[in-house]
Ligand binder design. Structure first.
Ligand SMILES: Cc1ncc(COP(=O)(O)O)c(C=O)c1O
Length: 435
């Protein structure tokens, strides 16, 4: 273990990390995984309560996903998708089209590459449509869409964005419908409607130069699991239609059942013009992202002129191994009735966490589908690392976002594990709040 930690410090530049802090708080040296658990090189077990950055759905080392990848390994590991195609990418595209109601699927690798694809496709659509001035974007305050330069331009998290401001494109942000920001006595729905009115005012003024509105439907993850009323999505859909602006649903974090439906947009009964998918798409196995869009958008690119086409690519676009993992994930959803089962789990686990919700320092305890979150009142400045260390010492892998603690476990987590986690959360809270 020590050897691995020394070598990782010397050779690996870890993501979202001030490397010097690893001296005091070394990373977990993980040797293997089993269901909802991570096991380190000394055999210590940690419940992966945040699904390894929200990607894992059906546990680590899931036999069914493993088998699909192993089977594919014996056939073809990768072939470029320009000038070639293969069964896994075709089948996955067909199934995603059926599930989303959107036609062709364009593939990338990570979430941020999906954001880039959707932004470029939207602006290019308007250009092909004879409106080249429509290349601006509007997003929600506190939204997060990834950290490549284009994606960061529509992200609104100062910690990640400010340093790179000179590199970024100007985009507009409109008020977030985050229910926690409702005025005293105001309902989440009324607050969402007020925010939708602000969106309307923005579009009324800027629709001529705006290609798309991009948002995270129902839950703004990196903002601290900020949840909002679905009426906002309904209004946003209407307004985008009225003002001729695309709606891009970034379901990278919330897709694949996280909020209780396969896709979060379903809860508002809306269909976006673009949907961005990643993370859970392969059950947390392999990097894959997809952008699906309408037939209207697709048709605007189709023609004799090469430059009218979408000339975007990544080397690993549509990787067969990743597509097979994604197909195995869709099979599990279907065969195991996961969405229906999660409905029961969501209610049951909320009961299991009721002592946490009742803790005197806990505010805004909230749940949507398989996401639970709460804010901690009067938390010390170093609350997040303190809580992380306290939880880790007990065997739970959790990384609070500022003063917000959230739990987003793999769907295979059991009631007993959640009961254990509840005790662990209470104890980590008390330890990290102790003077
Ligand atoms: C809503 C959302 N969009 C985009 C991304 C970026 O995905 P990736 O980290 O795979 O680039 C994330 C990652 O957390 C996300 O939560």
């Amino acid at each position: 273990m020590d050897d691995l930690l020394t070598r990782t410090h010397a050779a690996v530049w870890h993501p979202c990390t001030q490397m010097k802090q690893l001296e005091a708080a070394p990373p977990l040296a993980i040797a293997r995984g089993e269901g909802a658990w991570l096991i380190d090189t000394d055999g210590r077990r940690y419940l992966d309560a945040i699904s390894s950055w929200w990607v894992n759905l059906f546990g680590h080392c899931n036999p069914r996903i493993n088998a699909a990848i192993v089977d594919q390994l014996g056939k073809i590991e990768h072939v470029m998708l320009a000038g070639a195609t293969h069964a896994p990418v075709v089948e996955l595209s067909e199934r995603l089209a059926k599930l989303t109601g959107l036609g062709h699927a364009f593939y990338g690798s990570d979430g941020a590459s999906a954001t880039e694809i959707a932004l470029k496709m939207s602006a290019h659509y308007w250009r092909n449509d004879g409106k080249p001035g429509k290349h601006g974007f509007v997003s929600l305050q506190n939204g997060y869409h990834g950290e490549t330069v284009g994606a960061l331009s529509v992200t609104d998290i100062p910690l990640f964005k400010s340093t790179y401001a000179p590199l970024l494109r100007h985009t507009a942000q409109v008020p977030t419908p985050d229910a926690r920001l409702a005025a005293p006595g105001e309902s989440a729905e009324d607050w969402a409607l007020r925010c939708a009115a602000a969106l309307e005012a923005h579009l009324a003024e800027h629709a001529d130069t705006t290609a798309a509105l991009i948002l995270e439907p129902l839950v703004q993850g990196a903002a601290g699991m900020a949840m909002y009323h679905p009426v906002y999505l309904q209004r946003a859909r209407d307004l985008c239609d009225r003002y001729g602006v695309h709606l891009i649903a970034d379901e990278i974090a919330v897709g694949f059942g996280r909020t209780g439906t396969l896709f979060a947009c379903e809860q508002a009964g809306i269909k976006p013009d673009f949907i961005c998918l990643s993370k859970g798409i392969t059950g947390g196995y392999l990097p894959l992202s997809a952008v699906l869009t309408t037939d209207t958008v697709y048709a605007a690119f189709y023609g004799d002129e090469t430059a009218r086409g979408f000339l975007h690519s990544h080397s690993y676009t549509g990787n067969p191994l990743a597509c097979r993992a994604a197909l195995a994930v869709l099979d599990i959803f279907e065969q195991d009735g996961v969405i229906a089962a999660n409905r029961g789990r969501s209610v049951d686990f909320t009961t299991v966490l009721s002592d946490v919700a009742a803790h005197p320092r806990v505010r805004h305890f909230r749940c949507l589908g398989m996401i639970w979150a709460f804010d901690v009142a009067d938390a010390p400045a170093d609350f997040s690392p303190r809580f992380h260390r306290a939880a880790l010492a007990q065997g739970a892998f959790i990384r609070p976002i500022g003063d917000t603690v959230y739990v987003m476990p793999p769907y295979v987590v059991t009631r007993d594990e959640m009961t254990w986690l509840s005790v662990c959360l209470l104890s980590a809270l008390d330890q990290s709040l102790a003077a």
